[in-house]
Write a protein that binds this ligand. Structure first.
Ligand code: 3QA
Length: 230
């Protein structure tokens, strides 16, 4: 099967490319798309650059130009839930855009007309991930991920997002990728390892834990690729 693996930052896909070792690359629309074969699958791998716009564009290219039939996102996130410690893995049950605000017209936070506040990820991919987590003996959390074009480094903003959307983690790309995949009818999965807790120390923690947490997520994603059917 043709599988897309994407991250936002170089650090999020580097562990995957390093494990594969052999790949080709092609420049398109301002990104580099890496292609490789792994576990009987054709992979297309890219990092989009940070935020909703770049990630939506990259996801669209992976589906439309490269014909990916499933998309797996790997990366890091800021933790909201007290249960989530740095290095823990969370898979998105559903995702929302915490920075969408047309509440002036009486709509709820995060709502866009003709769309919905939440977009759910693929049930089968989540079941597969749960099985793998059991087999590997690691804790895999499942919860709502909130996305916005902001690096959140404030307890106030973080708790507003947590309360408003019942979100467990936040980042800057998941919901936009979800939106693209949902509208193209392609199953997707968003996995994030916690790099910081989106509060006053988020900037320092992020710099400290970006690489190690990105590695945790990447390793799990490659395990999923191994276990995906044709
Ligand atoms: C942050 C990255 C972006 O792609 C979203 C990490 C982890 N902690 C977060 C937080 N708030 C929002 N998102 C996150 N990713 C980009 S800013 C740092 C850039 O440094 C998830 C994420 N608290 C570049 C070097 O100058």
């Amino acid at each position: 099967m043709k599988i897309a693996i994407m991250g936002a930052m170089r650090e999020e896909i580097e562990p995957i490319l390093n494990t594969l070792g052999e790949y080709t690359s092609e420049e398109y629309a301002g990104n580099v798309f890496y292609r490789a074969e792994y576990a009987g699958h054709e992979l297309v791998i890219a990092y989009s650059k940070i935020g909703k716009v770049f990630s939506a564009m990259t996801a669209s290219v992976m589906l439309e130009r490269y014909g990916a039939k499933v998309l797996l996102f790997s990366g890091v996130a800021g933790g909201i839930s007290k249960d989530l410690k740095i290095g823990d893995l969370i898979m998105a049950s559903k995702l929302c855009q915490h920075d969408v605000d047309i509440t002036a017209f009486g709509h709820p936070d995060g709502f866009i007309p003709e769309s919905s506040v939440m977009i759910g990820s693929d049930d089968d991919l989540r079941s597969l991930a749960s099985e793998i987590a059991v087999d590997m003996g690691i804790d895999l959390y499942e919860g709502i991920i909130a996305t916005g074009d902001q690096f959140v480094a404030s307890s106030e903003r973080k708790s507003w997002i947590g309360k408003t959307f019942h979100a467990d983690a936040l980042e800057m790309e998941g919901a936009s990728v979800a939106c693209v995949c949902h509208n193209f009818g392609v199953p997707f999965f968003v996995l994030r390892a916690i790099s910081d807790t989106a509060d006053g120390s988020a900037d320092v923690d992020f710099d400290t834990f970006l690489q190690s947490s990105a590695q945790v997520s990447a390793k799990f994603i490659l395990e999923m690729v191994k276990r995906l059917g044709d």
